[in-house]
Design a protein around this ligand. Structure first.
Ligand SMILES: N[C@@H](CCC(=O)N[C@@H](CS)C(=O)NCC(=O)O)C(=O)O
Length: 235
């Protein structure tokens, strides 16, 4: 089966966590909304009644339609050797992914703390306070957690690559784009996470993907945005 990924065509966003897993799996997929007529198909699927996903990304695998990034990765992990098959290991990987999703939601709120429907310029003041708190207390708490989970190992789960490692890589890439000053001491403060980032980037399929036109650049439209005024050195 050739998977169909439905996600906004011009940004990495949450779809990127799925793209990375599909690329590492080396399985054929179509990034539907980037194809002619694809946006129309995506919007029609979202507007459908009954079992339609709420928002992109969603994945079509034959008859199956899966929404929610972490659920899509749970599925891909099981089918492509990107997570342990046994229950405890599978759920442990899933809970790591949900924790990464929590961070992603907080990153979004650094530039849109009041409403996604309002432009950044209308919530700059709140964004300033939110971003400062995120840098000062949330990054250290989340990164400290993942560093402890790594515990000196090469990968998060059973010391072999899972989709959670691909997602942690993407989280670090995004945060380095959005908050370069805050992340300046990443290697010093979180050597395990920094090493994992390099290890994932060097995997042949990921390296080929990152160098390809399929990898969209970070931008001011995605979840990870760089506003100079929101970035500051970490404490
Ligand atoms: N929890 C969902 C969030 C999905 C989501 O927020 N998608 C964004 C794009 S990254 C969207 O298009 N949201 C539309 C909306 O919330 O109205 C996930 O992790 O997949």
């Amino acid at each position: 089966v050739t998977y169909e990924l439905f996600y906004w065509p011009t940004i990495q966003g949450r779809g990127e966590f799925v793209r990375l897993a599909l690329e590492e799996a080396g399985t054929p997929y179509v990034d539907v909304a980037r194809e002619p007529g694809g946006m129309k198909r995506m919007m029609a699927a979202l507007g459908g009644s009954g079992r339609a996903p709420f928002a992109p990304p969603f994945l079509k695998a034959g008859e199956l339609v899966i929404g929610q990034t972490a659920a899509i990765l749970l599925f891909l992990g099981q089918h492509h050797g990107l997570a342990p098959l046994e229950e405890a290991g599978g759920l442990w990987t899933h809970q790591l992914q949900l924790t990464i999703a929590d961070v992603v939601a907080e990153v979004h709120d650094t530039h849109h703390p009041v409403s996604s429907a309002l432009p950044y310029e209308d919530q700059k003041q709140e964004a300033g306070r939110r971003a400062a708190a995120f840098i000062d207390s949330r990054i250290p708490k989340f990164f400290g957690y993942f560093e402890r989970v790594l515990g000196g190992n090469e990968y998060l789960v059973e010391n072999r690559l899972t989709y959670a490692d691909l997602s942690l890589f993407q989280l670090v890439e995004g945060l380095c784009y959005a908050f370069p000053r805050a992340l300046a001491r990443l290697g010093h403060d979180y050597p395990g996470i920094a090493a994992l980032r390099g290890r994932v980037a060097a995997r042949p399929r990921i390296a080929a993907y990152l160098a390809s036109p399929r990898r969209l650049p970070f931008s001011q439209e995605g979840i990870f945005r760089h506003y100079r005024e929101l970035d500051r050195a970490s404490p």
